[in-house]
Design a protein around this ligand. Structure first.
Ligand SMILES: Cc1cc2nc3c(=O)[nH]c(=O)nc-3n(C[C@H](O)[C@H](O)[C@H](O)COP(=O)(O)OP(=O)(O)OC[C@H]3O[C@@H](n4cnc5c(N)ncnc54)[C@H](O)[C@@H]3O)c2cc1C
Length: 414
């Protein structure tokens, strides 16, 4: 009997695992189950669609034919309700049971809803799926006024959509700056100025008390922490993700705000692996458990999980990766790499009104950073992270505008 591989989630993690498994095991049964109604698309590009800048077609990555041609069973609109790990079974809402020899959990997260009055009113949007993007585009095209909530990497996408769609928007943030865990005030000011230029006004050190709606249930205004009222026909909320782990209850799979896996993407339960945003994985460079919400990392985790699901125990591959996440909404580039919000030491420099850099270190080693304005040195910094060299005592050289790694004094063996 042929081996059977079941993958829950057809995001980039699940899909790349399916492709890897199929290449290694031409005769195995491979099934990909997703609750979405469409096959893999580029989640990074849905913001460009919502801005009105890109048609639908280029966002799709795989048509359904792609799966059929590879004899991969794609189950769309299929919600997984629970897993019986002893019986090696995946149970779904309406599509029966799938038996597996090896299972991959790649179900990512769902945006968190604001726990305030009327937070489910029409016109209040969360942003994760292509369907969300279609609704956002439709609403933002019509709206004149808007509010965005959530000072992170997804919130700024919603703010940029308002900017491009000519929505006069206020961007409400809890702290005194955008992405306070990754940027100092100096760095964040560059972003605030760029938002203002797009017609988005940052509202700092505030919060949201609730929303007002009209008689039809459409949002019309947002109340901030002081009950100031902002007209808002459009609201975008991006305050975090809840990982989709409910269906794992009772399965024995260890979770800790995500599914815990080792560096081989293996959970604590035999024959069950996990990959992508949903994992809390052992990061071999950082030497601790970590989480990463980025496309490249999810793709690589899916590929590594796929390889390890088909490999013998002595041939398993580690996930070893330096991630990056770029923002392309402004006239200047922005790139975050590695783990800029972790570490025990940091340094930063501002080079001009639109150029700034910050680096973070752990145990003397570079582990991440943020580059605004000039992202050219990213490759050199990432090499230092990969090579795990101790450089924290040479911050002046690291922060030179034209950073030259040859100037660093590195121990011979490194
Ligand atoms: C608007 C937006 C912009 C982004 N921009 C960037 C960027 O510029 N750069 C970058 O690196 N990253 C970006 N990201 C993040 C990146 O897209 C994610 O890190 C990546 O897509 C995660 O892939 P994944 O496969 O782990 O999870 P997902 O893509 O979330 O896929 C999980 C899938 O599982 C399905 N699922 C969940 N529960 C169940 C269930 N019970 N049964 C069946 N199916 C289920 C979900 O519906 C989903 O289809 C962005 C994300 C968004 C939303």
């Amino acid at each position: 009997m042929s081996e059977s591989y079941v993958i829950i989630g057809d995001g980039i993690a699940g899909s790349s695992a399916a492709e890897t498994i199929r290449e290694a095991k031409p005769d195995a049964d491979v099934a990909v189950i997703t609750d979405e109604g469409e096959a893999l698309y580029n989640r990074i590009l849905i913001k460009e669609f919502a801005k009105g800048k890109l048609p639908e077609a280029p966002i799709s990555i795989h048509e359904e034919d792609w799966y059929a041609e590879r004899d991969i069973d794609l189950e769309l609109n299929t919600f997984v309700t629970h897993i019986d790990a002893d019986a090696h079974e995946v149970h779904t809402h309406e599509s029966g049971t799938f038996e597996y020899d090896k299972l991959l959990i790649a179900t990512g997260g769902t945006p968190t809803q604001l726990p305030v009055d009327n937070s489910d009113a029409d016109g209040i949007h969360h942003f994760w799926t292509f369907q969300d993007a279609r609704k956002i585009a439709e609403n933002a095209e019509q709206a004149d006024t808007g509010v965005v909530i959530g000072a992170g990497l997804l919130g700024i996408d919603l703010a940029a959509i308002c900017g491009e769609q000519d929505v006069d928007a206020h961007y409400i943030m809890r702290g005194n700056r955008w992405w306070r865990y990754g940027l100092s005030l100096d760095g964040a000011e560059i972003i605030h100025d760029a938002l203002e230029e797009k017609g988005v006004t940052p509202v700092l050190e505030s919060g949201v008390n609730g929303f007002k709606t009209d008689d039809d249930g459409n949002v019309v205004a947002t109340l901030d922490a002081e009950d100031n009222e902002y007209e808002s026909e459009f609201v975008g909320v991006a305050i975090g993700l809840n990982f989709n782990t409910e269906y794992l209850q009772g399965s024995g799979v260890k979770t800790d705000n995500g599914v815990v896996v080792d560096q081989y993407m293996q959970t604590n339960v035999e024959d069950i692996y996990a990959a992508g945003d949903i994992t809390r994985y052992y990061d071999v460079i950082l030497d601790e458990y970590a989480q990463n919400g980025s496309w490249g990392s999810a793709k690589q985790q899916g590929a590594v999980a796929g390889k390890n699901m088909v490999a013998d125990d002595d041939e398993k591959e580690e996930f070893r990766w330096v991630s990056s996440y770029s923002i392309t909404h402004f006239d200047f580039p922005f790139l975050s790499f590695g783990f800029p919000t972790l570490g025990d030491d940091e340094c930063e420099a501002k080079y001009s009104d639109t150029e700034w850099r910050r680096l973070s270190f752990k145990d003397g080693k570079l582990i991440g950073g943020v580059l605004i304005g000039d992202i050219a040195p990213q490759g050199k910094y990432k090499d230092l992270i990969r090579n795990e060299v101790e450089v924290a005592d040479q911050k002046d050289i690291l922060l030179e505008k034209e950073f030259d790694p040859d100037k660093l004094a590195l121990p011979q063996e490194q």
